[in-house]
Design a protein around this ligand. Structure first.
Ligand code: MN
Length: 284
């Protein structure tokens, strides 16, 4: 199933007839607007069947007439893997403008960092660059949405704890500031337009994906090249941090990262998951 948040923060799913059907009333009435996706994911074992019935029936809002928001506006945490592809490690170490000559350590050493949840933005928004005189880069990533509370989960069991997957951009300021600061600015975690539930992604560790800027190819890879794969990331993080339903893990970016500028259009395509298109603007 392809679930989303649309229009006035309604919960939805893409139906068989191409419309978006409303799932909002499936979650408890008292649920605050921002918590609706968390409630859907938490209750998914019992909500999956009624949601699927609506998807089969259709008759919702035509997709082209709906405004798609960030499909998960309020995770409790956004975990993120630092350098998690070898070819990205190589390019960072060779980048004269940024980290030349330094040892670039991968996720095997650095493990992870957190991105502020307030950095999330959906396809209805834009990537807003705060300053004209600093370098900001795109990072194409596959986003994991956690489905069940996960503590000390082994990799062999880890995929059972995944609710779904979504395209994710880890927008990054290059420089000396701490990683969490450089990657947590408002609008620096675009996600969406849909979360595709895990049952429709049989091989998450073999997903092709690519990114273009103004139509020019920049990044192209496959999750099979991850240093810490999807299941291993869940094992490593859940060993010491409890992952909660709705939490996001940004899995890391492959080679080809580069600068974005106001006026650019960034498109991240993961054929099995969806396509996220984001304009880049100067912060208003
Ligand atoms: Mn990243």
């Amino acid at each position: 199933m392809r679930v989303c948040v649309y229009n006035d923060q309604l919960l939805g799913a893409l139906a068989a007839d191409g419309t978006i059907v409303d799932l909002t009333d499936l979650v408890p009435e008292h649920t605050s607007v921002g918590e609706r996706m968390n409630a859907l994911i938490t209750g998914w074992d019992s909500l999956r069947t009624p949601a699927a019935a609506r998807v089969a029936a259709g008759g919702g809002t035509p997709e082209a007439e709906a405004t798609l928001r960030a499909p998960q506006p309020r995770p409790r945490n956004v975990f993120a893997a630092p350098v998690n592809y070898h070819k990205h490690q190589q390019e960072m170490g060779g980048d004269a403008g940024v980290y030349a000559g330094r040892q670039i350590l991968t996720a095997e050493v650095r493990k992870g960092f957190l991105k502020a949840v307030t950095s999330i933005v959906g396809p209805d928004g834009a990537i807003e660059l705060p300053w004209p005189d600093r370098r900001f880069d795109h990072e194409a990533e596959v986003g994991i949405i956690i489905g069940k509370t996960a503590s000390r989960v082994l990799a062999e069991d880890a995929l059972d704890y995944v609710y779904g997957y979504t395209p994710l951009l880890d927008i990054t300021l290059r420089g000396e500031e701490d990683r969490s600061y450089r990657k947590s600015m408002d609008t620096f975690t675009p996600i969406g337009p849909y979360i595709v539930t895990a049952d429709e992604v049989p091989e998450p560790e073999n997903l092709d994906f690519w990114l273009t800027v103004n139509g020019e190819p920049r990044q192209k890879s496959n999750t099979s090249y991850l240093i810490y794969g999807i299941a291993k990331l869940i094992e490593v993080y859940s060993e010491v941090m409890t992952l909660q339903p709705g939490d996001i893990i940004a899995t890391g970016t492959p080679e080809g990262v580069g600068q974005i500028l106001p006026g650019d259009t960034v498109v991240l395509t993961i054929p099995e998951i969806g396509e996220l298109t984001m304009p880049v603007v100067s912060r208003p």
